[in-house]
Design a protein around this ligand. Sequence first.
Ligand SMILES: C[S@@+](CC[C@H](N)C(=O)[O-])C[C@H]1O[C@@H](n2cnc3c(N)ncnc32)[C@H](O)[C@@H]1O
Length: 259
Amino acid sequence: MISRLVSLRPAIYALTVAAGLAAASAVHAQQEPRLDVIYVPTPQEVVDRMLALAKVGPGDYMIDFGCGDGRMVVTAAKLGARGYGVDINPQRIKEANENAARAGVTDKVEFKIANLFEQDLSKADVMAMYLLPDINLRLRPKILDTMKPGTRIVSHAFDMGDWKPEVEEKVDGRNVYFWIVPAKVGGSWEVDGAQKMTLKLDQTFQFFTGKADIGGKSVEVTDGQLKGADISFKVDGKTFTGKVSGGSIAGDGWKATKA
Ligand SMILES: C[S@@+](CC[C@H](N)C(=O)[O-])C[C@H]1O[C@@H](n2cnc3c(N)ncnc32)[C@H](O)[C@@H]1O
């Protein structure tokens, strides 16, 4: 009997170790959340340039989802903006709160442990990102569909596929990108004023093409562009500029209503 127990000892030991490891990794799994992006902080020089590109200042509400130690949000607050950062890693949120306290901006910022994919983007004036190419692309429809026209987006290192940035530059050897969320203008519009016409527009991000029907004559719409809610295009050599607000456009001497 004793000799059988002795021969089983290595197996009992192995089972004990395995059970211990399983318990330890369960605790570990609880403490270490599954990261969609590992933590790599943006150098301060790059943060400063990103926020300058987005013209962050008083009155702005800036978000950084995947905020790390909160440096983007804290820097925005030092420029007079309010900011909100979330990170899935509690350790990062602890550091972010400490950084905010050190910078004396706790009244201007909020940090929360949360998943970046479950956040409302619609209230932001500016969004800063340092994520990954595929995550930028996953967020892109939500950015274009739920953020206000005119919202400024800055990204460190990664672009957004075929959504061409307004600005792309290198800072300290790193790529930085800047976009402005365009208003949605695809579809038919009835234009009234100096020039009566029906527009049929086909939009791709901040650019659009289309046709204008002027009293039964079809004319190309060219140079169609949006900078947030500011629209410009040409019909028959004439330039039209205006501001889009939901289903209407207010131009200089013209207006349009979504048909
Ligand atoms: C590359 S770091 C960027 C940190 C900071 N934005 C900066 O530029 O210094 C990405 C951050 O995203 C966080 N993260 C990863 N997956 C996340 C998720 N699903 N939800 C929220 N944060 C996440 C990581 O913990 C990490 O702090």
